[in-house]
Design a protein around this ligand. Sequence first.
Ligand SMILES: Nc1ncnc2c1ncn2[C@@H]1O[C@H](COP(=O)(O)OP(=O)(O)O)[C@@H](O)[C@H]1O
Ligand SMILES: CC(=O)N[C@@H](CCC(=O)OP(=O)(O)O)C(=O)O
Length: 249
Amino acid sequence: MIVKYGGNAMKSLDLRRAVAAEIAALRAEQTVVVVHGGGPVIERELAARGIPSEFRGGLRVTTPDAMDVVEMALCQLNKQLSQDVGHAVGLMGRDSDLLRAEVFDPTLGRVGRVTDVNADVLRALLGAGLTPVVGCIAVGPDGDALNVNADTAAGAVAGALNEGIVFLTDVDGVYRNFPDPQSRAAHLTRAEVEGGILDGWIAGGMIPKVRAALDALDRGAPFAVIASGMHAGALSAAVRGEAGTRITP
Ligand SMILES: Nc1ncnc2c1ncn2[C@@H]1O[C@H](COP(=O)(O)OP(=O)(O)O)[C@@H](O)[C@H]1O
Ligand SMILES: CC(=O)N[C@@H](CCC(=O)OP(=O)(O)O)C(=O)O
């Protein structure tokens, strides 16, 4: 399965290591590919350099200067996470054309939309008993890096491998009445997701997540769950179907 680990759920080093240990434990039952984001780390590194951040439609407007910082920040986090998970290899989209992308919208700068996933590289690592840990930078048509939303990247990887996906984030799932956790939907169909976006109760960073979940299902992933990465045990509960929001076709 694919575990998408979002930057907002990496609140502390201890939590990140606890989640990494849970991911490592999952490998006793199934193969695991980790795809990670790192929004808050990127934010911090851009601010430290006086580079302003602007989001449009949930995507970071990425100038060439910002792209350098995004890549640096995500590469470092990638190595830290790989080390935390253990028996892992950290990769970015530039490695063996793992993630190829086209420019999503020129007005957003170096933001990419994944067009191809080199699933053979992932299968080779898995076959060697190693866990791929993938950072959400893709290689563009000009050979330079493109910044890809990590949910979108993870959905594309799940589709390419035909594996299920769990998105770990900082809420317990999709709430019908955000921010009330009691309103968590255990299941949401495509029609409910589309309606939720239109009606506005699915908003902000949850939009790329539900869209990536639907995209993964469209591309052949057998399941997609959005769940909390904020406490130990949450991932295994989500895998057992006891936590989170399962998105269904
Ligand atoms: N209906 C909803 N249910 C839960 N969270 C929602 C909802 N609508 C918007 N959100 C927002 O989506 C956020 C999760 O997305 P994001 O911040 O991008 O996380 P990540 O870094 O894990 O990708 C939540 O923290 C919440 O603020
Ligand atoms: C294009 C775009 O917006 N890229 C994201 C990539 C990181 C990401 O998605 O991280 P989370 O999973 O922590 O949100 C960004 O620059 O923040």
